[in-house]
Design a protein around this ligand. Sequence first.
Ligand code: ARG
Length: 448
Amino acid sequence: MTKKQLSTDNQSNQMWGGRFDTQPSDIMQQINASIGVDYRLWRQDIDGSLAHCEMLVKQKIISGDDGQKIIEGLKQVAQEIESAQFEFKVELEDIHMNIESRLKDLIGDVAGKLHTARSRNDQVATDFRLWVREACDELAVKVENFQNTLQSLSKEHKKTIMPGFTHLQVAQPVTLAMHLNAYVQMMTRDKSRIEDCRTRLNESPLGACALSGTGFDTDRVYTAQKLGFDKPMESTMDAVSARDFATEFLFVCAQCGLHLSRLAEEIILWATPQFGFVNLSDEWSTGSSIMPQKKNPDAAELVRAKTGRLNANLIQLMTVMKALPLAYNKDMQEDKAGVFESFDTLSLCLDAMTGMLSTAQFNIDVMKKSTESGYATATEIADWLVRNLNMPFREAHHVTGLIVKLAEGKEYQLDQLTLSDLQSIEPKITDDIFNSLSLDKAIESRLK
Ligand code: ARG
């Protein structure tokens, strides 16, 4: 929203000003207004109002004629917002009152009938659930796109040998496919968390009104169905005060962002000249204004860093909600900024990781060389001793340690040691052990 669209005329509030003699102070308006954030709920607010209005007509709470005027008016408001003709006003506080006020401009006092048997408390909870539901759907698609990219890289690199690390020290040989597949699995769980969150949030608060429901003969099942909810929420007091759907969404975003940050960190390491495992495309790198040789993995660094915001937003809302008494409290207006930001941030991170990885070039030879130079097959020697000499594993581990030490002293790789080198440590070792020292064999024996 541009500054121009956000007017700050200082009138008393048309929506609740009845019992007030003076208008709120400027600062009061500033602290109270949420329109700068919750304008993003406009479409959900219109949809919720359309469903509510149709229900009021069906239940004969308002006349068909009035309902028709309201519906046409709401559609015009939607069209004005969509085409950026709408003027959002700070003195009207939030998206709900901005829309209703414009509706009144357009169709007159009949607009006031729309708020029969409704409160902003159930209205905002409904809008927000609808918004988060869509956000879940969009994120699920982005996670899937990213997963597809990882999967096609995995296919391409089934035979690409690289060192597997523990403690960031070379541990055992793995394939790039094995490495990337770990992230595919993380994304599978993240997607299922998104789906769970969507399923749990998909109940309708509409009709809970301020907190205790209404004396009007409303039909909550009808509005729930119209809005694609599974059913109305059971407790009206819970309906207006629950925000665990939002904290859950924030957690799901934070967790997925955390997974992305781990891969981002690996890409950053792998793209260093010291590792040299991967070249990022120019499209996904930046240069330095002073050091001409530099090609920096900024996108990956930013994905790594964005977890700060994602985690912060989760803690922010959990802190807002902690110890809040039932039912609605204005504190809860602080629920949206973090959710919007986490959605935007995670969407961007997923897109960036998808783009960056789909254009990355892995240096197969460098990866293999690095595996060879890290004594990655030491465990294979130990396993050979166990299998062929019936040695207890602990002893085999010790003997292999001596072999590694010998190789280190000679500045050899393990497969450069001769049979007599090996036999100087364990005389019963035979030629057959060299089969275990090949990286391909070590990988093969694990992939079966
Ligand atoms: N802007 C408010 C929010 O986001 C809407 C609900 C206001 N309800 C109230 N009782 N003041 O929470």
